[in-house]
Design a protein around this ligand. Structure first.
Ligand code: 5HU
Ligand code: ZN
Length: 162
C-alpha cells in the first residue's frame, strides 16, 4: 500500500525557505535579506526582500556601505525586507501573523512589526545583535509582547534547478 511521503518540508523549513528564496532577489552586494509573513492557519500572506523603492533605479542609486557623503550610501534609500513584506500585503489585517526573516529585524522594522499586529518573529541570522538598532528592536518587541526565536536549522539542503 502506498503511504504518505515522510521527507516533506516542515512548516518552518517551508517558510524560512521561502524567505531565503525571496532574499535571493536582492541586489544588495553585501547582505541579502528575505522575509515571509504567514497567517495563523499557515497560509503565506506576503513576501519581501531588501531593495530600493519603486522608481529608484538599482543601477542609479548607490549600493555603497561607506562614504564621506551619506547620500552616496545605500542606507538612506534601501527598504528592508520586513517593511517591504508588510507594505506588499494588500489583503487587510496582519494581526496575529508570524514573520520569518533571514536577519533579525532592525528597530525601524520592529516598529512596523509591532504596529501591524504581527505576534511572532522567527529569524535565521542575528549578526547585528550588538548594535543599538537590534538591542532597541528587542527591547520594543519585549515590551509589546512580540515573541521571537531563532530558526532551528535542520540538516536539509534544497536544490532547485531553474
Ligand atoms: O532587518 C534588516 N532588514 C533588512 O532588509 N536589512 C537590509 C538593509 C541593507 O540593504 C542590508 C544590510 O546591509 P549591510 O549588512 O551591508 O549593512 O540588509 C537590514 C536589516 C538590519 O537588521
Ligand atoms: Zn529593518
Amino acid at each position: 500500500m502506498s503511504e504518505k511521503r515522510k521527507d516533506y518540508l516542515s512548516w518552518d523549513e517551508y517558510f524560512m525557505g521561502v524567505a531565503m528564496l525571496s532574499g535571493m532577489r536582492s541586489k544588495d552586494p553585501s547582505t541579502q535579506v528575505g522575509c515571509c509573513i504567514v497567517s495563523q492557519e499557515n497560509k503565506i500572506l506576503s513576501m519581501g526582500y531588501n531593495g530600493f523603492p519603486t522608481g529608484c533605479s538599482d543601477d542609479e542609486f548607490p549600493w555603497a556601505r561607506e562614504g564621506d557623503d551619506p547620500l552616496e550610501t545605500k542606507y538612506v534609500y534601501s527598504t528592508h525586507s520586513e517593511l517591504n513584506a508588510i507594505l506588499n500585503y494588500s489583503g487587510g489585517s496582519l494581526v496575529g501573523a508570524r514573520l520569518y526573516v533571514s536577519l533579525f529585524p532592525c528597530n525601524e522594522c520592529a516598529k512596523a512589526i509591532i504596529q501591524c499586529g504581527i505576534r511572532e518573529v522567527i529569524y535565521a541570522n542575528d549578526k547585528y545583535s550588538d548594535t543599538p538598532s537590534v538591542i532597541a528592536s528587542k527591547r520594543m518587541m519585549d515590551a509589546a509582547g512580540v515573541k521571537y526565536h531563532q530558526y532551528r536549522k535542520t540538516e536539509r539542503e534544497v536544490t532547485i534547478c531553474l
